[in-house]
Every structure is written in C-alpha cells, then in structure tokens.
Design a protein around this ligand. Sequence first.
Ligand code: GLY
Length: 300
Amino acid sequence: MTDVSLMIHGGAGAIRDPHRYQASLRAIVESGAGLLAEGSSALEAVVHCVALLEDDPLYNAGRGSVLNAEGAVLCDASIMDGRTLKAGAVAAVRGVRNPVRLAYEVMGKSGHVLLVGAGAERFAREQRFEFEGEDYFRTEERVAQLAKAKRKHETALDHSDPADTKLGTVGAVARDRNGDLAAATSTGGVVNQRFGRVGDSPLIGAGTFADNLSCAVSCTGVGEDFIRTALARTAACFVEFRSMQAEEAARAAIGYLVDRVDGHGGLILVDREGRCGRAHSTPGMLTATFAAGGVRVETT
Ligand code: GLY
C-alpha cells in the first residue's frame, strides 16, 4: 500500500459549537495531505499540521493556549519518529511561537528527548527560534475563561461551563509514501493549572507515540489519566501484540482508559497499513482525516 494517511485533532470534550472548527480542521488536514502527496515525510507533515493548529487561536496550543493559575501561557509539545524511535519534547516553555518545532529540534539537535522550562527556552534561543510576547498567546476568551475558573475554584477543565467542556490539546499522526509513521502533540495544558504542572502531551508513551512496527498515536484529554495508563503506548501495544487494526485499537485503548482510571479524553491513530482510527470517552472530539484520497471532518 502506498497511499498516504493523515489525521489531526483539535481536542475532545462537549463541543458546543462544532461549526467554529470545521473549516480550519479541513484546511489544515488538506494542507498536510498535500505535503504527503508531494513526497514529504510523515514527520514533516505532523510538524506542519501541529504548527498550523498552534497558530490558530481556536485551539489550546501555541497562540490561544489556556492560562495557568498565574495567568501565564506555558506550552508543552512532543514528536516521535516511528522509523527510528527518535523523539523530542518540551514542557513548560514560555514565548516560543511554535512549541512543536522546538520539540522537533530537541529530537534532532539536543542529544536529549525532553527539555523543560528555562533550559528549553535557552535551547530555543541557541537555535534562533522566534519568540512572541504574552499578548500574542493570550486571547480575550482565555482571560475570561480563567476568571470564570477561578471564581468556581476549578482547575482541571479547558472550559468551565459543562455545556462547553473541551479538553484542549492538538495533534497529528501520519503515514507517508514510504510507510513511515510519525506523531506529534501540543498543548497549553488545562485552565487554571498550578504553576509547574505538566500533563501527558510532552510525555512519550502517554500523549504521543509512534513506531513503524505498530502505529502512530496522539492523545487529548485529562493528562493525568493518560500518564497513569501510558495510553499512547498502550494503544500501540494493542496493534503490535494483539494484532488489532486502527479503529479497534483506538476503541480498546479508550476502553482501557475508562475501565482503569475512569479517564476523560480521546486519541487518534494511524496504523502501519495506513488505516485510521479515533475514539473518545468524552461527548465529542474534533478530528479531520485524510485517507484513501478523501477528507472527513468529525466533531462527535
Ligand atoms: N492533555 C493535555 C494536558 O492534560 O495537559
């Protein structure tokens, strides 16, 4: 099979106004699919798509990230190459316009897998990364959301209104012409989170995983649930050791998340044959899929 496959997500939860996201999801997946069709690698495609999601203030990653308890934006991101099992990640970085691109450089140039805080920012400066001021990242919507969360003493939800509870994080998974897999994930974390809190998104095996032997996975949801179940790797184990196909493995992994820790969230997965799967324990999940030459956008 030489077809390329690509999936992106923009978070899971109760999506109050799905129409807000549809055009953006479609445009981003089409743009990434175009790169794959021209021969770009799965790695290049997932970085490209996640950077576009980070640039769009609709999503909780990069610009438009949620605010922590101190009113600051601190971002996490990770990437994994299924061909080599190389990985890169950053956590709690401030001011970096595209955290996923920094994760990519960590993978290729730092000699490490995960850099955090001031160390990650220093590495970004060494690599001549673009930095932005606080105003670039903070949207009015996020400022209002933090004020509401503080009034209600909530810490764990992207949206404090139960009618609009979207657990933000963005991600992408891809299979390229060579059959290589890659995954990337990026987030601003959860609204009103304690300074220093890090979720699953920058943790390989929890929020992100890719291995050509099985699949590429990107997760979204309550990070603590995904860390405790190592959910991205768990999903890959269902493909590798139980011979599940993409959709079955995605459902089995979310079943495991719910059974073991009553977890909230979802994941996207592309397997080694290029089959795509998605599953979530929340009422909805924002995804766009390019497979077999067609695009599908889903919000439930
Ligand atoms: N899944 C994103 C986070 O919990 O930080």
